[in-house]
Design a protein around this ligand. Sequence first.
Ligand SMILES: Nc1ncnc2c1ncn2[C@@H]1O[C@H](COP(=O)(O)OP(=O)(O)O)[C@@H](O)[C@H]1O
Ligand SMILES: [Mg+2]
Length: 445
Amino acid sequence: MRVLLICSSARGHAIADALKRSPESPDIIAMCKERNPGVEDLAETLVVDDIMNFQSALNIAKKYKPNFAFIGPEDPIGGGLSDALSAAGIPCVAPTKSLGRLESSKGFTRNLLRKHGIDASPKFRVFSSDQGSEMYKFIDQELEGAFVVKYDALKGGKGVKVSGEHLKNIDEGVAYARECIAECGSVVIEEKLIGVEFSLLSFASGKTTVDMPAVQDHKRAFNGDTGPNTGGMGTISDAGHSLPFLTTQDLARASEINRLTAEALLKECNAEYKGILYGGFIAVKDGVRLIEYNARFGDPEALNILPLLESDFVTICQAILTGELSDELVRFAHKATVCKYITPEGYPQNNDQRDAVVRFPALPNNARLFYGNIRRDGDGVLHLGSSRTAGIVGVGSTIAEAETLAESLCQRVEGPVRHRSDIGTEALLNERSTTMQRLRSAVHS
Ligand SMILES: Nc1ncnc2c1ncn2[C@@H]1O[C@H](COP(=O)(O)OP(=O)(O)O)[C@@H](O)[C@H]1O
Ligand SMILES: [Mg+2]
């Protein structure tokens, strides 16, 4: 068994780890944009190259003849690497370019849900020509000034601007919307929702979806959800595979939206979506709405989810490809996880600590460490990059137990680094639950 893994970063490390834990213990041929030490230790071969160089990926595939490929990040999926590899006879656990529009075009996804009667979107409109006054009117009258403007193409998590945060008034919103249209041809303008965000990822075979444990990310750089947005400072999941601030109905609805969306894609594109279907949701006063879809694992979400996987990841990947995916093939441990990212002190504002030495403590059995933007020198010493360094995951019977473990390990990391000490703490969880109780009770009173 041989798998081609196109992915670096901590997410790539977590995927490689899950593949390697399979009883098949596949040979991993990795194509990474940098020499990730975690992937390097697990892979038989690691080729460092630009992962948007599809010809290079095809050459590697021809040379090593993998049974299948797994594509980690969104850019090669959005660019059509799955199509290219499939055409060369390598099936891919990653959607085609057309199906991948679920992530690469927020307008496509909003329209898909509307067309197929999936009532999960906020009020929205997609504009593809510069209708300044129409946009102004829509925001002012229909959205009552609480709005979000979304670049309608991949932009590395930097294409969304929210009123009251990044956009001071409607004029700024319209100006940004125009910029989006000029750059990528269209823009989504939608209602700003109030609630608590969470993610529900499903394995998808085109015929069925099987859910993973729900996860919550923490995007802001500093404690108390303050500071600029980041790639994600950490994530939590709970032993029951839901989250403390969600109702049973909320989770069931998110699951249903993922299933209905996979069905809608099959009808719309006449092709099966095979890969990871990542629903970004928000629990609001009267249920759940969809914020966006991603067509791949999240980083750090994968770092919580994959260590909990008790069943064989290689079998799941194969079942996605053959269409035989079923609930019975997917079993997750009933444990809670807390992942905290270690980052350089200056992240995300500056990279003054780049190349500084970082040392990690020894890990107990119920903890994991996944390397991100980090370099290992010839003497085996680890050095910081400029982005997120490594995710430390604590596993426990409760979120509190997992948090205590992750936190104590993070505190023992040596080097000019930091992390968010509040992720997974009771105080932050209580705050989320209180927010949801307040929103829900306002509806019922
Ligand atoms: N309709 C919305 N209402 C409120 N906040 C939103 C809405 N859409 C997006 N956001 C906020 O903006 C963030 C980024 O938007 P998202 O659609 O997830 O794009 P991306 O992850 O590609 O940047 C979300 O995590 C959420 O905090
Ligand atoms: Mg998002």
